[in-house]
Design a protein around this ligand. Sequence first.
Ligand code: C5P
Length: 214
Amino acid sequence: MTVIAIDGPAASGKSSVSRRVAARLGFACVNSGTLYRAVTREVLRQGADTSSPESIAAVLAGAEIACGIGDGGESFVRVNGDDAGAELSDAQVNSHVSLVAAVPAVRELISHLLRALARERPLVMEGRDIGTEVFPDTPYKFYLDASPEIRQARRDAEGGTDRVAARDRLDSTRKTAPLRTAADAHVVDTSHLTLDGVADAIVEKLRTLGIVPK
Ligand code: C5P
């Protein structure tokens, strides 16, 4: 099993960089945040209370969550048959996802699904706890960071309403699997690097660890 774990706070460049690294290596790319977003969207759709772990667990118990790797080599997720598309990054989901992701039952189920994906093929997987909790034994761990101002500016430039500092605070202070840097992660400050520059740095580091681009 080969997993390249890429963790970091919101808008640190994880998704774009992970796609680039996966393409260079010929690996599939898994965005674990979409699973948390898909569950959150279902909780909202059912009108459940996102501040109640019991209500969230009830939605989870009745939901069928399917995820896999599509033909393009990227992960997909469907909850009760619906992939929700662009709604996964709408304002409601942005502002509730960290509450839902803090619920242990949600994390347990999603971590289980993520581990199953990694048994299928080599992956680049991005998230918050991939190197610390989901695959603590992978030797390939990266933590992307950038200043809070730069990260918020990136989101604003995308035209959204995502408040990254609020999500980061909740994600770093939750009890279960908080966002933190694994002791053995390679930290990359993306503040003043291009996405290709970050991908280059990761691919070069991986080469020294024996993972060679295709
Ligand atoms: O990566 P993205 O910003 O789409 O993630 C959305 C949210 O999902 C995060 O703010 C966090 O609450 C949750 N998440 C998580 N663990 C992961 C990936 C995402 O808790 N591995």
